[in-house]
Design a binder for this molecule. Structure first.
Ligand code: SF4
Length: 147
């Protein structure tokens, strides 16, 4: 995984705009957490080309960091394509995930692209985590984190 800020260019004092974008790319997810708000935004999704266009616009605006969230972006058919596309830009990329989808293959792809991963773990024990995220999620998330 990369160190934060590793891709960032020096700040141009004449470009004072937003520095990062938090992007709820999809509302689809394999879990049903008790606190989840993603479904409130379920009113359609951008096509892959439209997503690429958002990235280009963000870079043009001077964004230094994109944070992809959801839903579960790593389950989405466009997820890795979007990650690869963003990784080609001179900006940092963070991906929020519930960790249940972190297969060896996906982890390799994320490492190759120097993606910074943010994992959701609710509490220090299986009981607190699964109370919120559902039965069987603790092992999947911890296994994903270990990869
Ligand atoms: S993992 Fe995230 S997106 Fe999925 S249900 Fe839980 S809070 Fe919502």
């Amino acid at each position: 995984m990369k160190r934060k800020g590793s891709k960032q260019k020096k700040d141009d004092p004449d470009k004072r705009g937003p520095k990062f974008l938090i992007w709820l790319v999809t509302t689809k997810c394999n879990l049903k957490c008790s606190h989840c708000y993603a479904a409130k935004f379920a009113d359609g999704e951008l096509s892959l080309e439209e997503k690429f266009s958002v990235v280009r616009d963000a870079v043009q605006t001077g964004i230094k960091e994109i944070n992809l969230t959801g839903g579960e972006i790593l389950l989405h058919k466009d997820g890795l394509k979007l990650i690869n596309y963003i990784a080609e830009q001179e900006i940092d990329l963070n991906v929020f995930t519930n960790g249940t989808t972190l297969s060896e293959e996906i982890v390799k792809e994320l490492a190759k692209n120097e993606v910074f991963i943010e994992l959701s773990i609710d509490g220090a024990k299986k009981e607190s985590h699964e109370k919120i995220r559902g039965a069987g999620t603790w092992e999947l998330t911890i296994s994903g984190a270990r990869r």
